[in-house]
Write a protein that binds this ligand. Structure first.
Ligand code: NDP
Length: 281
């Protein structure tokens, strides 16, 4: 049976085995998908051992996404821009690297939330691995602007500089700011994406409510109880709120499609996963 795995540290929380098993069931595919905790200094040896034992591909989560990009013998333009990779596909000696995080978020916003991105003003909060994975795919949807605001402004500048050529070719105003920069405090945005780990660490909201718009959308990449404070804050200011569960399912679907050549249905899986997560609160 074809074998796949998700590698991370920690990994116990991962919903990927459940999601991939549902995709296999719904598409009539036969495969095995497990999760494996990896010591911090053993990522590449673990991946190579899995491949040597016949593994067909893997997902990669914190904190190994940057290291995974270095293992790929060929990678997508998304991995090159993000400098991070969440999906590897093995084919003999060949290792193909993809980053499906941004593809997943864009699909969730367009298809599941019904939120058009073209011509919109977007505030992207954070400049870590998640923000790096989603900036490129967001740019290719041709919003009017994407302003990246991060606690450490240097990281936001590095991220936007890496994407400057793509932003120019897509005609998008893409700039970097600190979280408390006047430009952030004095503007509101059609879409506010919290790609920082503020919700994960139960920290204060990273930006003031003045960034929100009535009839806009605010999305936290986090999901479960930890995303509730951000979502309730947005809703209290008349903004529709969304968590990261849809992105989680859609990025997994993009990985499945890369490995199996079949696009799995996602709606039912997202509905079932949402019920599971809310029951386990
Ligand atoms: P990283 O550790 O790579 O980056 C963390 C980012 O958050 C940095 O930009 C950091 O700023 C910022 N940050 C941390 N604490 C705060 C705070 N208190 N206030 C403001 N900014 C803060 O994490 P990731 O980018 O990998 O993950 C970010 C979030 O995205 C997590 O919640 C994660 O669960 C979620 N995620 C969801 C996915 C999904 O499928 N739904 C997929 C991937 C991630 P600085 O640079 O200043 O340190």
């Amino acid at each position: 049976m074809d074998s796949y795995c998700v590698f991370g540290h920690p990994i116990e929380h991962s919903k990927s085995p459940w999601i991939q098993a549902r995709f296999a069931e719904l598409t009539g595919q036969t495969l095995q998908y497990e999760k494996t905790w990896v010591p911090l200094d053993a990522f590449s040896t673990t991946v190579h051992a899995f491949r040597a034992a016949g593994g067909k591909g893997c997902n990669v989560t914190l904190p190994f996404k940057a290291e995974a990009a270095t293992l790929a013998t060929e990678c997508s333009p998304r991995v090159a821009l993000a400098q991070a990779c969440n999906t590897l596909k093995f084919d003999g000696e060949h290792i193909y690297g993809e980053n499906t995080d941004g593809l997943g978020l864009v699909r969730d916003l367009l298809s599941n939330a019904g939120f058009a991105l073209q011509g919109r003003r977007i505030l992207l909060i954070g400049a870590g691995g998640a923000a790096a994975g989603i900036l490129g795919p967001l740019l290719t949807e041709k919003p009017l602007s994407i302003w990246v605001a991060n606690r450490s402004v240097d990281k936001a500048i590095q991220l936007t500089e890496r994407h400057a050529s793509l932003a120019a070719s897509e005609g998008v105003d893409c700039q970097a700011f600190g979280l408390t920069h006047e430009a952030i405090l004095s503007h509101s945005f059609d879409l506010v994406i919290n790609a920082s780990s503020s919700s994960l660490s139960h920290a204060a909201l990273p930006v003031p409510a003045s960034v929100l718009q009535t009839n806009g959308l605010a999305c936290d990449l986090m999901y479960g109880p930890a995303a509730q404070t951000f979502m309730q804050w947005a809703q209290a200011h008349g903004t529709e709120a969304r968590d990261g569960l849809g992105m989680l399912v859609e990025q997994a679907a993009a990985s499945f499609q890369l490995w199996r050549g079949v696009k799995p249905p996602t709606q039912q899986v997202l509905t079932d996963l949402r019920a599971w997560v809310s029951h386990s609160k």
